[in-house]
Design a binder for this molecule. Structure first.
Ligand SMILES: [Zn+2]
Length: 128
């Protein structure tokens, strides 16, 4: 929990395919753990609303679980539905690797991640 994240060079130069990226996934966990357990609630910037984050993420989480239980497609890898910490890490992968898809399905989630990472991958710019 307090130690470094260690990647194999192989994973760094070829981190995954599609929306998968093991480097982004593990670094997202590390950022999440800056506020304690990897629970999907990383430390927020002062300009962010933790209540809004919780509302948006909970709504997406519940929607995804409901869709999955009805056999409908979910816009992220189902591994992200195992627990909130995985949800945040998998969403982070999608945010950077397939931002168009994430924005299309969950624009509010995209917005929260944009505020957290202070980047807008769709426009290819930083956000202050
Ligand atoms: Zn994970």
């Amino acid at each position: 929990m307090r130690g470094p994240v260690i990647f194999s060079w192989e994973d760094v130069i070829s981190p995954g395919h599609g929306a998968h990226n093991v480097v982004i996934h593990e670094v997202a966990h590390k950022l999440d753990m800056r506020s304690g357990a990897a629970n999907g609630a990383p430390p927020f910037h002062r300009s962010m609303s933790p209540a809004r984050w919780h509302e948006v993420m909970t709504e997406a989480w519940e929607w995804a679980h409901k869709a999955q239980s009805h056999g409908r497609p979910v816009p992220i890898d189902s591994y992200g539905l195992e627990k909130p910490g995985e949800f945040f890490s998998v969403l982070s992968e999608h945010f950077f690797m397939q931002p168009e898809s994430l924005f299309e399905h969950w624009p509010q989630v995209y917005e929260q991640l944009m505020l957290f990472y202070r980047q807008d991958p769709l426009r290819g710019c930083f956000v202050s």
